[in-house]
Design a protein around this ligand. Sequence first.
Ligand code: NCD
Length: 306
Amino acid sequence: MKHLTGIAGLTDAEIGALLDRADNYADALEKGGFQSELLRGAVIINMFFEASTRTRTSFELAALRLGAGVINWDAETSALKKGETFADTIAVLNAMKPDAVIIRHSEYGAPEYLAKRVSCAVINAGDSYREHPTQALLDALTIRRRKGRIEGLTVTICGDIAHSRVAASNMILLSRLGACVRIVAPAALMPDKLPAAGIEKFDTMKKGLPGSDIVMMLRPQKERMQAGLIDSDKKYFEDYGLTREKLDWAGPEALVMHPGPLTRGIEIADDVADDPKRSLILQQVANGVAVRMAALDLLLSARKNT
Ligand code: NCD
């Protein structure tokens, strides 16, 4: 594995190795005070062209926990603002020989574009609505650690599927790992084409939730939507917001996930998001560090050995 630009390009063996390595790191992080020198001397550039709290911070923490240095490159204060092209910026950063670049970009395929032009490892931290591979891996790890397996579980992803790279990467990954994957969305937020086969589509939560082991909620990504796809937040919440009552339709054991950021009162009610027995949301955040440690470890150790 030279880059991690999407789940679609990974082999089963690579997925297994990433999840197993991340599982070990999650154990170590739970004990507290983990620090390794594995990647000492390596320098990682975080290149985020879109807002981020958890993804950017967890990549940074993951690098620091493994002894690597981190540069948080900032588009707003970069030479792009003076008219430099993206291609030239990439060439400049590559000439400084970083060991990895983590990229989040609104353009479809930006991580592949970058990977073709640099000599270091590239990790996709989310591109347009296409893929967000480390998010799907941390979601799979969270399910596996909590339920002991993924195969045979029913995972229902609800909300703005059309604009969600989280949904796309999860549909590919969870179905490959043997889960029964459902999606629930209003017609305006349901994509025409799905990235994996065998996904079951529903247009209401009443039909889609019963029998779900996991209910994964997504934020309506208004920054990617044409105006008018959601006419009222209140109506959206009534129809597609996860409340205690709707969670009961899924079943008494169903667990709640959300990649964040939450827009409370639009796709999820406070009492559901904050229920320590049913919500895995902060567990997902914690496992995000472990998954990103595994990705950096496997990508950079492989490069050291070639
Ligand atoms: C998501 C993203 O940026 O794709 N957030 C994340 O990385 N945890 C989802 C979103 O922005 O709603």
